[in-house]
Structures are given as structure tokens and as C-alpha cells.
Design a protein around this ligand. Sequence first.
Ligand code: PLP
Length: 349
Amino acid sequence: MTATDAPGPIDLRSDTVTKPTEAMRAAMAAAEVGDDVYGEDPTVRALEERVADLFGKKAALFTPTGSMANLLAVRALVSPGQEVLCEAQAHIARAELGAHGAFFGVTMRTWSHPRGGVDLPAIEAMFAPDLSPFFVATKAISVECTHNFAGGRVVPLAEIESLHPLVERHDIGLHVDGARIWNAHVASGVPLADYGRACGVLTVCLSKGLGAPVGSLVLGPRRMIDEARVWRKRLGGGMRQAGVLAAAGLHALDHHVERLADDHSHARLLAEACGVDPAEVETNIVVLDVPDAAAVVAAARDAGVLVSALGERTVRLVTHLDVSRDQAEVAASVLAKALASTRPSAGGS
Ligand SMILES: Cc1ncc(COP(=O)(O)O)c(C=O)c1O
């Protein structure tokens, strides 16, 4: 039985809920391994080299999570008491539990963009030169692509590149949180290497749309990645026979990238059923603005579909490897009913 056929609710809470396929498990079982803290795991090394090459970066480091990859990426660019600028709904600002400040003394200021993109005039106005000892100095800008909480939007490459003159003029860092860069690549047709060229440091995840159980990478210049390796160990992220996990990532790169187009098409199908213009859905995430998110989550759950409330009025649906076309169609009909039954006028009162 594949994970897709497994009985149980249709789980649209996140693309992190996928279970490794039989073929992925076989690849994991067959992985050659060694102690990666000694640099002796051939499968981890193969994964790091392959992903660095895909994005045209000099080096890559395998990490247990995207949050750790982002932490190491920002740390590589920003020192304690300095700041990174990012969009207000960015994962690094909202969903990493303050790790960048808690562990590395980095502060953040944010700009707002209705679709999670780059607002160059706002960023230029916010930029703070190093006027020590008076102000916190801006040392990096971080852009998220695709942008999770902005509904999986592909931030256009040109928007990221529009930051280059500012970044070069002030010699600061540019980070892309590419947890779902694979979705951006499949949706936009932009080559992975172009995303790599557009930023100094990039993070990518294998455990989201690609369906691996664990694993992310931080990519950049060799010296920065060597230093990130030391910091990963300091944070307790030095993994030993991690080749079993890296093998899942290598398998995902071989088999699960192009198929992301299916997830995108399933997301458009869900959007249409939920009254969202499918043309606005670029990848695998649909964000719904509803009067009562908790009521929608509960009504959908009672009918066998799991979705997330991101706020009191916001519901998120995410399609992935473990949601077939048939399941997306069932979920679409369940959600249409859940939305209708939870509208304030429903029931005539
Ligand atoms: C855009 C983005 N970046 C980073 C992460 C962090 O990944 P992890 O959950 O592996 O820490 C996520 C998680 O969903 C994400 O959506």
C-alpha cells in the first residue's frame, strides 16, 4: 500500500506531513553510511555536492530542519547586535520562535508586502548603515520564495534581483529562504541555478513538497559553509550516520521534483471550490480568508479533511505527495460544504 492509499483523513495541514514512499524507504535502507561529524558519510556528501551543484553554489550543508538551515544562513551574514530585514510574514520572523534573537542576538525589522514580495522603496528607506555606537546596522536582507504565509507565492526572480544594487552598494548579505524553491522552479520554469545566482546564501528543504522525512540544506560560499558546519555542531545538529536521511533526499530529487506540478494543479482545484481565484494560486498552498477559522477547521475535520488555522480568520490548505487527484476532489467538496455551513448567515440566523 502506498502512503497515498492509506486510510484516514485527507491531511492538507502542511506538505510536511508526507510519509516516505516504499521506494524512498528502500533507498534509505540501501544507503551507504559513515559518521558525518567525521565527514565520512558518503551519502550525505553526495547530497551536499549534488544540491550545491544544482544551484551553482560552492558548498552545501545538510541540516535536520529548515529552521536550523535558516538560523545558520542568517548567522553567516549577521553578527550579534546587527539586523536582518525581511517581509513581515516571513517564516524567519513569525515561525522560528525568535531563534535568530534567542541564539545569535540578531534583531529583525520587517517590511509588509501583500503577497510576500520585495518592496524596494520600503527596504531602501529602512536600510540602516553602520553608525556604531548609535543604531543597529542592517547586515542582510532575507526573501522567502515561495512565500508560505502569502499562499505559496513565487516571488519573481526579478524582484529578488532588484535588491542587488542595494546589497552591493552596502556590501550586505542576501538570503533566500527557499524551503519550497522546488515549487517555485516548477511553477515558474526559472532554473534552480538562477535562484542560486540571485542570492549569496540559500536554504532549501527536502522535507516539504519533496516528501523526504527529514532534511534541509544551507548553501553558499565554501568558507561560510565550513563555519556553518561548526555552528551546526555547536547547536547540537551534528548527525552521525545521516546517510539514511540523505538517501531519502537524493531519491526525492530524482523522483519528486517534476511531480510538484500535480500538487499545484490540486491546489487550484481546491481554490476554485473555496471561492478563491485559481489564477492567484501559483503553487501548492491556498490561503482562505474566512469569518471563523476554527469553525471551518472543525467542520472539515468532522468530514475527514484536516486543514490549518493560521489565525482567527485565516485557513491554510497545502497539497502534497500524499494527496491524490481523487482525494483533492473529495477534499474540495468537503471544504465547499464546510465553508458554506460556517458562514454567519448559515442556518438562517
Ligand atoms: C518558508 C519556510 N521556511 C522554513 C521552514 C522551516 O522548516 P522546518 O519545519 O524543517 O524547521 C518552513 C516550515 O514550514 C517554511 O515554510
